[in-house]
Design a protein around this ligand. Structure first.
Ligand SMILES: Nc1ncnc2c1ncn2[C@@H]1O[C@H](COP(=O)(O)OP(=O)(O)OP(=O)(O)O)[C@@H](O)[C@H]1O
Ligand SMILES: [Mg+2]
Length: 252
């Protein structure tokens, strides 16, 4: 069963087209890696799915809701079942981590008792691997790796079925990145998550992704396991996975 189905998507800004007739199917429970050169539209794709970029054409089915045809209430209901971690983290700098995680809860559930939301936020921070004392710190007071975890905690705020992670391990040291990868695997197992995982990290792709979708030429040119992708013989895919870094991560 698919949690996300995109068909014939067209997006762009002004006279620049970013996606042209892009299609993609994501299965429930999978960790789907999304790769593509810088500027190919990975972040815009994510933003189009969650409604922050208006598509020019195409069909987006998110958790069974036709986003382009649904009412505002139906769209909000589908979005409530998703969690998003933006590329730049986008934590509120003036709020503590606890308040950052509470923010989406308060927005969607305005009548929630503050003690309940505070406790729920602490649970999400713990799930993301942060120590209890981190809850009262602000983003500027913690390391970049901890900020990534806080971003993940906020993405988990509303108990999502599907999370979108935009380069969550960028800028982490290799040990921190692989700890984050393991965390995603553990959370998938514990929470039945499906994970849309934009990354440039070849080790992450090798370690945790079930399939990988490749963005090139304004669309998804292929989806599959890395050996399946390499069998296609697409020049960008070959350069990406067959270069020295790719060989280190996947073997020749
Ligand atoms: N709000 C916007 N207005 C105009 N152009 C935009 C906007 N957002 C993105 N773009 C353009 O859309 C294209 C795709 O951008 P996007 O951020 O999706 O790339 P990306 O694949 O995520 O790259 P990276 O790997 O560097 O994060 C780029 O050319 C970018 O300049
Ligand atoms: Mg991006």
């Amino acid at each position: 069963m698919s949690v996300l189905s995109i068909d014939g998507l067209v997006t762009g800004f002004g006279d620049r087209t970013v996606h042209e007739n892009l299609s993609l199917e994501m299965r429930r429970g999978e960790i789907l890696g999304v790769v593509g050169g810088s500027g190919t539209g990975k972040s815009v794709l994510m933003r189009a799915v969650i409604g922050l970029v208006a598509p020019r054409a195409g069909r987006i089915d998110l958790l069974g809701t036709r986003m382009d045809a649904a009412s505002e209430a139906e769209r909000r209901a589908a979005l409530r079942r998703t969690g998003i971690m933006f590329q730049d983290g986008a934590l509120f700098s003036s709020l503590t981590l606890r308040q950052n995680v509470e923010a989406p809860m308060r927005e969607r559930l305005p009548h929630l008792d503050p003690r309940t939301s505070s406790g729920a936020a602490e649970l999400k921070l713990a799930l993301a691997g942060l120590p209890p004392e981190a809850a009262d710190l602000r983003p500027s007071e913690i390391s970049g790796g901890m900020r990534k975890r806080a971003g993940l905690a906020r993405a988990l705020a509303l108990d999502p079925e599907l999370v979108f992670l935009d380069e969550p391990t960028a800028g982490l040291d290799p040990i921190g990145a692989s700890a984050f990868d393991r965390l995603i695997l553990d959370l998938r197992a514990a929470l039945d998550l499906s994970v849309f995982f934009v990354t440039h990290d070849l080790d992450s792709l090798a370690a945790i992704c079930d399939r990988v979708a490749v963005l090139a030429d304004k669309r998804v040119v292929a989806v599959g396991t890395v050996p399946e992708l390499r069998a296609i013989g697409h020049p960008w895919i070959e350069r990406y996975f067959g270069g020295p870094r790719g060989r280190a991560a996947f073997g020749a």
